[in-house]
Design a protein around this ligand. Structure first.
Ligand code: ATP
Ligand code: MG
Length: 438
């Protein structure tokens, strides 16, 4: 039987093991109703959790890419044991030392060796090598062979690295209690300009007032990445501290395979309900989430699924985390109208079918006022257009060549133009309705 210790902010809060193939999570003595839960799906009011909810929580900490899971399963370096890619406990025994949020999952005998941890600076060539390993899928997490050095686990389908940024701007791999601070993602194959495009979408989101993760585009010799600063890490007196976050699939107990709503996952209303029930600032978080959903519709962010939204988890409630993994599909699809969103608006998923009035209908059912919905749709679409030049300038100031963001910026501009026409027609239709009522 494999048993792992589960740490939150460096303290062991529970243990996870298998019992006749069922996954079992148990909080340790002393963790109770007044403490932050490991997950909203694993409340501290209950000491023992078993079965699917535990398995889903564990799988949500792991990459959601079968080849990456297979790579972890096959890894036998440093005495690691080959295991099934379908066993999240055994997989996390190998890579759970630096997970999303404040979670670390390690074999019990490792707990006493986590402190003080190690920080090993990497040369530019070493980072390049790791990025290349990750990009080519040779080592999807960019690590091979070493002890616990550089081991991390992060969700998502794309290859990525988690590294520590040093105060002098250099990079390091870490182990033990030392957390990573940045996520580095190489370009997705066959999507020219994707790294710059993702950065551009994050910059644009920040320019129109959305709380989005900070990013940069970096070059390590021949390798290019988007480097995103982790919002689940905080610098405190020269030390890096982990902050507890989880994604919406975890918080709501879904499996990673259900991250898309039409695969059985949560939709906009479900996430709104979660925020209504548990957010510490429910009005602002609900508004911010609504705005983020509309922004994704405006920019053609078709991959805004439940694992691309996260919440900070505290002992008394939740707070919506900054937005991340913002992308536009617009430069890459032949027919924009047919592009499918990850969460429906009403019953509609297709970009071409979702109109302003559907956001109004949805917004009303969510309890928002007409003025607010107007601001969050028509105004947000307009400010996206207005802020495009500012976002371009910010990218240029960051050393990005115009050519690498121009397709993205143009595609969003064209989309805003066509939405502006739709908004005029919508406004006209709405005025006619009002006139009829009068
Ligand atoms: N800035 C950030 N701070 C903290 N955690 C983050 C940040 N960005 C991403 N994450 C975490 O890492 C995971 C993977 O990141 P990301 O979504 O960017 O990867 P991806 O492989 O492109 O995802 P997808 O499968 O949605 O395309 C996220 O689901 C989230 O848990
Ligand atoms: Mg993602």
């Amino acid at each position: 039987m494999v048993e792992l210790s589960v740490l939150l902010n460096g303290n062991v809060v529970g243990r996870v093991h298998e019992d006749a193939n069922r996954k079992v999570f148990e909080y340790v003595d002393g963790v109770g109703a007044g403490d932050a839960p490991l997950s909203m799906s694993l409340p501290t009011t209950q000491r023992l959790h078993t079965g699917k909810v535990v398995e889903n929580w564990l799988f949500n900490l792991l990459p959601d890419n079968t080849q990456t899971l297979q790579w972890i399963a096959n890894d036998t370096s440093n005495g690691r044991v080959r295991c099934s890619p379908a066993n999240p406990v055994r997989l996390l025994a190998k890579v759970g030392e630096d997970c999303a949020g404040a979670v670390q999952i390690v074999p019990p005998e490792r707990v006493g060796h986590l402190n003080p941890g190690t920080v090993t600076p990497l040369s530019e060539a070493e980072v390049e090598e790791r990025v290349q390993q990750a990009r080519l899928g040779r080592s999807p997490m960019g690590v091979s062979g070493e002890g616990m050095q550089g081991r991390f686990s992060l969700a998502g389908a794309q290859p990525k690295l988690a590294l520590r940024r040093l105060s002098d701007g250099g990079w390091a791999s870490v182990s033990g209690a030392e957390p990573t601070t940045h996520i580095l993602k190489p370009p997705i194959p066959d999507m020219s300009g994707q790294v710059e495009g993702e950065h551009f979408c994050l910059v644009l989101a920040r320019h129109i007032g959305l709380n989005a993760a900070e990013s940069e585009v970096l070059q390590f010799r021949a390798e290019r990445v988007i480097a995103v600063r982790r919002f689940d890490r905080e610098l405190e007196g020269g030390f890096v501290r982990r902050l507890h976050v989880e994604d919406m699939c975890q918080a709501m107990g879904y499996a990673p395979g259900q991250k898309y709503q039409n695969y059985g996952g949560p939709g906009i209303s479900d996430i709104m309900t979660m925020l209504s029930l548990h957010s510490l600032d429910k009005e602002n978080d609900r508004r911010a989430f609504f705005k983020a959903c509309v922004f994704n519709w405006v920019i053609g962010g078709t991959d805004a699924h439940a694992k691309n939204f996260s919440v900070y988890v505290g002992h008394n409630g939740l707070a919506l985390a900054p937005l991340y993994d913002l992308n536009t599909a617009l430069p890459y699809v032949d027919h924009i109208a047919g592009a499918t969103m990850s969460m429906s608006v009403g019953k509609r998923y297709k970009l071409g079918e979702i109109q302003f009035r559907h956001w109004f209908e949805l917004g009303k059912t969510l309890g928002f006022s007409e003025d607010f919905i107007h601001d969050m749709t028509v105004m947000l679409m307009a400010s996206t257009g207005i802020m495009l030049p500012m976002a371009i300038q910010t990218c240029l100031d960051g050393g990005i060549a115009f050519e690498s963001i121009s397709a993205t910026a143009r595609a969003i501009l064209r989309r805003v133009e066509s939405l502006s026409e739709a908004a005029m027609e919508y406004k006209y239709a709405a005025d006619v309705q009002v006139a009829k009522i009068r």
